[in-house]
Design a protein around this ligand. Structure first.
Ligand code: CP
Ligand code: NVA
Length: 337
């Protein structure tokens, strides 16, 4: 027998909800704090009972345009759509920018006639914004130089599963103030959680993103802090997170960055400064021996593959929320069945 929660989730549009509240996911800032919580809660239901959702996106079609390589993001969108009854197509744009052959508005106005949702992985964040501005169908950011919203939502789903109340969780991000750091700051702020980011001087998070996270934090009771001392960030933290010292597109800086970032390596000595129950997190791909040692990556504290799994459940939740007409349609308490 299908549970009451699934019955409620699988009905048609809710009366009175004519315009979806969750339109695109270009930035975490496209979501309200309640929508962020809905994504995590729906993802928990999807994880617990995947077979209840097999026909949810029957006939829906997704297209991915990726300017950068991907393992996790591409496969979790493909597997996620298939397991919801939909179909995913992949357009390899790694040989050139998406709009090198044709203007972005022209691409948007073609694609919106054929499929239901567009997923973009780009260098310029403005490419994702531009597609969202022109396409009449939802657009999802699958990583830009500025943000990686699906990743941070998956990361916080892992933390919610592990620790429960995220308002009591402190995540210490150590390394480059990059797209993943930005999305962790924004998502943690939305969830009323606590985020410390330690970077070398000159590699701090984007000032505008950090200010936005601070503003959200004021509303939600979260705290966001930026510092340069990795030990201070990690001290007593519940989660220690790191990412590549040189992101995709920065390969020519990789060697020069090694000595700058070496003091930010997450090794057993640094992990020992976190809370005894702390988890180690990495979005992957990892550069073992650089930002994290094998001993930490392979330790019982490591949840890196839980994060990778979480990408699937969270993206399924995002797709349902976008394609069904808004997070307001989903009863948050249904997740706890
Ligand atoms: N974490 C992540 O986005 O992985 P991919 O680059 O493999 O998609
Ligand atoms: N910061 C990394 C994340 C990879 C998933 C990059 O942009 O390459």
């Amino acid at each position: 027998m299908r549970s009451q929660a699934v019955e409620r989730i699988s009905v048609g549009p809710v009366p009175g909800v004519s315009k979806p509240t969750m339109r695109d996911l270009v930035s975490t800032r496209d979501l309200s704090p309640a929508e962020v919580r809905s994504v995590l809660d729906l993802a928990a239901v999807v994880k617990a009972r995947p077979s209840d959702f097999r026909r949810t996106l029957d006939g829906k079609q997704l297209v991915m345009f990726f300017e950068k390589p991907s393992l996790r993001t591409r496969l979790t969108f493909e597997a996620g759509m298939a397991s919801l009854g939909g179909t995913a197509f992949f357009m390899d744009q790694t040989g050139g920018r998406i709009d090198a052959r044709e203007s972005l508005p022209d691409i948007a106005h073609n694609v919106e006639r054929w499929v239901d949702v567009i997923v973009l992985r780009t260098f310029a964040h403005s490419t994702v914004e531009g597609m969202a501005a022109h396409a009449s169908i939802p657009v999802i950011n699958a990583l830009s130089d500025l943000e990686h919203p699906c990743q941070a939502l998956a990361d916080y789903s892992v933390l919610q599963e592990r620790f429960g109340n995220l308002k009591n969780v402190t995540l210490a991000y150590v390394g480059d103030g990059n797209n993943v750091a930005h999305s962790l700051l924004l998502t943690g702020a939305m969830l009323g959680s606590h985020v410390r980011v330690a970077t070398p001087p000159g590699y701090q998070p984007n000032a505008e993103i950090f200010a936005a996270a601070q503003e959200i934090a004021q509303e939600t009771g979260a705290t966001v802090e930026a510092m340069t001392d990795p030990r201070e960030a990690v001290s007593g933290a519940d989660a220690v997170y790191t990412d590549a010292w040189a992101s995709m597109g920065q390969e020519n800086e990789a060697d020069a960055r090694i000595p700058i970032f070496q003091p930010y390596q997450v090794n057993e000595k640094l992990m020992a400064k976190a809370a005894p129950h702390a988890v180690f997190m990495h979005c992957l791909p990892a550069h073992r021996g650089q930002e994290a040692t094998d001993a930490v990556m392979d330790s019982p504290q490591s949840v890196v593959f839980d994060q990778a799994e979480g990408r699937l459940h969270v993206q399924k939740a995002i797709l349902m929320l976008l394609l069904w007409g808004g997070a307001s349609r989903f009863p948050v308490r249904s997740a706890h069945v």
